[in-house]
Design a protein around this ligand. Structure first.
Ligand code: HSE
Length: 456
């Protein structure tokens, strides 16, 4: 006779709905702040059940007090002075959504000094001043949570810091700037120029009014710096990241790459090598059959290769009000759950215990080994190709594939496209410098790095 299992009786030792809620102060109620307010309100009941306490936005600081009032209603204290929020005794958690380095840094450190936990979406601040901020938080026994700082709504920080904690991370490759991915998608799909699509992106509100951070790879490098720190247990070192944007990419390169079975994406790549850690953002050819090559528009995706799990892929919205709010609120729940925990036993900011960070160097870009796409414009004359291949051979650079395009009607110049096997960046630099001086060369050599991203 089988034994009957008694019906499950949940043990309710406390009622989260009658406990004092966690009080939140919001610095900035722009796109992400507004989204955070909406999501917290809409999902209040479930969030409380998950967090074990209510989470309530009590104060908002924004220069536009009227706008803040319209969004938040009358139950929230609104002020134009952010200092009032970070020093208020009743505020438990400060959510910093101002952005930038100077004021955001001051306010973050002040909030920490006043014993507040801080949640931030500010990747620029963390990538440049994270080490100082985490040390201050550590000293004060408060948390700084930053899921929203990398890849918007994708919980990549959580995945790296907790879900993959068993692994030795080998490399990470990510499409982590939605604006530039949108531009590349449109250039490929519709054969448009960079400038035309950038204007569209600005019109659609994807790109910043000053889109330099997006298209020059700086925003991606901020996010990559944060991921590398967590993946490898190293301090934040944004100043050592190699950064190259998409502004010089042409429709021709995108088309030639396509003909060879590749897509061009702005990738952030960080990889552990015997000599150090690669930390680089640049346009990259990737095989069109890889899932990540098919991430289009403003979406983000990150591939993480761990020694135990293999390659894992994280995909989702990298920006926008509610997707980013999803990460901010997840941090609010996390901090609420850990609020009373002993600071020494919380998940460390950078996944590794702060006194056990490694001093593995970041590799200089010259030392990085990767493959290359080279496009050369030459006179269609005997010896042109031989001269080029001789330079490559002399520097030990091996050619993987090569295409010579037909010259256009009436033209005496042709495009030669080469894909190389793995080579060291400094050798490619030397080869390009020499090729550039060959008598039959016309125009500049275009170089785009290429990554197979296979799970080896
Ligand atoms: N400007 C960023 C992007 C938004 O385009 O991805 C989120 O960081």
């Amino acid at each position: 006779m089988s034994r009957r299992i008694p019906a499950y009786q949940p043990i309710r030792s406390f009622n989260p709905f009658i406990m004092k809620p966690i009080n939140v102060g919001l610095l900035g109620i722009g796109t992400v702040g507004g989204g955070t307010f909406t999501v917290l309100k809409r999902n209040q009941e479930e969030i409380t059940r998950r967090a074990g306490r209510g989470i309530v936005i009590r104060m908002i600081a924004d220069r536009d007090v009227e706008k803040a009032r319209r969004i938040a209603g009358d139950d929230v204290i609104i002020t134009a002075d952010a200092n009032e929020v970070v020093t208020n005794l009743d505020i438990d958690i400060v959510v910093e959504l101002i952005g930038g380095y100077t004021i955001a840094k001051e306010l973050t450190l002040k909030a920490i000094e006043n014993g507040k936990h801080v949640i931030t979406a500010n990747k620029a601040l963390l990538a440049s001043h994270g080490t100082e901020i985490f040390a201050a938080a550590q000293k004060k026994g408060v948390m700084v949570a930053f899921e929203a700082a990398v890849a918007g709504g994708i919980p990549i920080i959580k995945a790296l810091r907790e879900g993959l904690t068993a692994n030795r991370i080998e490399w990470i490759a990510g499409i982590i700037n939605g604006t530039s991915n949108f531009i590349l998608s449109e250039m490929r799909d519709k054969g448009l120029t960079f400038d035309t699509v950038l204007k569209q992106a600005q019109k659609l509100g994807y790109a910043e009014a000053d889109p330099t951070f997006d298209v020059e790879g700086i925003d991606a490098a901020h996010k990559l710096t944060i991921m590398a720190a967590i993946a490898f247990g190293i301090p934040m070192q944004f100043n050592k990241a190699y950064t190259e944007g998409i502004t010089r990419l042409t429709r021709e390169d995108i088309r030639y790459a396509e003909e060879l079975g590749y897509r061009i994406k702005l990738l952030g790549i960080t990889r552990r090598t015997a000599k150090g850690i690669e930390l680089r953002v640049h346009p990259t050819l990737i095989p069109a059959r890889r899932l990540i090559a098919n991430v289009e528009g403003v979406m983000n995706a990150v591939v993480v290769k761990g020694d135990a799990v293999g390659a894992t892929l994280y995909y989702g919205a990298g920006a926008g009000a509610e997707p980013t709010a999803s990460s901010v609120v997840a941090d609010l729940v996390d901090v609420t759950r850990m609020h009373t925990a002993d600071p020494k036993h919380r998940v460390p900011h950078l996944a590794f215990q702060p006194d056990l960070l490694s001093d593995t160097p970041i590799l200089a870009m010259e030392e990085v080994e990767t493959s290359y796409y080279l496009r050369l414009r030459v006179m269609d004359k005997p010896g042109a190709l031989a001269d080029i291949t001789r330079v490559l051979a002399d520097l030990g650079i091996s050619i993987d594939a090569m295409v010579q395009k037909e010259p256009s009607e009436g033209e005496d110049q042709v495009d030669i496209i080469m894909l190389t096997h793995l080579a060291i960046e400094k050798n490619i630099n030397a080869a390009i410098a020499k090729i550039q001086k060959l008598p039959l060369m016309t125009g500049k050599v275009t170089r785009i790095r290429l990554e197979e991203l296979n799970s080896k």
